[in-house]
Design a protein around this ligand. Structure first.
Ligand code: NAP
Length: 248
């Protein structure tokens, strides 16, 4: 069954990793997909073609989610190209890990701008359209680290926890117009972002997860399909941990 037939979705940061997985699964469920990237033009072109072959409309846009004006411009362009916007997935994110003692001001600011300010930029830009339509689903990609904290990731954890407060506030502000805002907190998902980590450390993590494996982009994408579709019509303001039981 196609759960997103005819819906238009914007996914930030979909040239690789979890965002790419979401774009692919959304397209398989019949959604038209507008997606962004920051520098991977080649990968974005390939994804655009791959999605179009699934029979949906798809277009990649180079747009820095951390930049307020670029987010405004992006939404204007997507509206022109796609007509309406039913789903927004704020997925773009970066890490710049270090213990606080060694963390530079620049690395703190950059992570907050890309991971958290981007959610403000994109939500503000899309809200007019969703308010007029009187429907919309916004999904924000946080992390178990935003729920629990993590040594060496104070900037990342702060950005991901900030997303939760922002999302719950949006659920309260926009609920009366049938705009739902939910958060996914992925655990350890094996992508390029986690590929940078030491294999021995990673093996230890897999062992500590109740389901005994790292997650896949598809695991996260399937949760996004649920939150984007009418199956979750009565769910807003929630944080769903998709972590193989990590935080249990
Ligand atoms: P990834 O493989 O590093 O991919 C990041 C994506 O974001 C890329 O498409 C990248 O585009 C894009 N991006 C980066 N900065 C951007 C910007 N300023 N504007 C627009 N796009 C930008 O990361 P991932 O592992 O798939 O993670 C995706 C999201 O899930 C992130 O928010 C991350 O924090 C969250 N998450 C991941 C894990 C995990 O275990 N992997 C766990 C919890 C949460 P380019 O290719 O052009 O650079």
């Amino acid at each position: 069954m196609k759960l997103l037939e005819g819906k238009n979705a914007i996914i930030t940061g979909a040239s690789r990793g979890i965002g790419k997985g979401i774009a692919e699964v959304f397209a398989k469920h019949g959604a038209n997909v507008a997606f962004t990237y920051s520098s991977s033009a080649e990968a974005a072109n390939q994804l655009e073609k791959e999605l179009q072959e699934l029979g949906v409309k798809a277009k990649g846009y180079k747009s820095d989610a951390a930049d307020f004006m670029q987010a405004e411009e992006l939404i204007k362009n997507v509206q022109q190209d796609f007509g309406s916007i039913d789903i927004l997935v704020n997925n773009a994110g970066i890490t710049k890990d270090n213990l606080l003692m060694r963390m530079s001001e620049e690395d703190f600011d950059k992570v907050i701008e890309v991971n958290l300010k981007s959610v403000f930029n994109m939500t503000k830009a899309v809200q007019r359209t969703m308010l007029k339509q009187r429907h919309g689903s916004i999904i924000n990609m946080s992390s178990v680290v935003g729920v629990k904290g993590n040594a060496g990731q104070a900037n990342y954890a702060a950005s991901k926890a900030g997303m939760i407060g922002f999302s719950k506030s949006m659920a309260l502000e926009l609920g009366s117009r049938n705009i739902r805002t939910n958060v996914i907190a992925p655990g350890f998902i094996e992508t390029e972002m986690t590929g940078k980590l030491d294999e021995k450390v990673v093996e230890g993590w897999r062992e500590a997860i109740p389901l005994k494996r790292g997650g896949t982009p598809e695991d996260i994408a399937n949760t996004c399909v649920f939150l984007a579709s009418d199956l979750s019509a009565y769910i807003t303001g929630q944080v769903i941990n998709v972590d193989g039981g990590m935080l249990t």
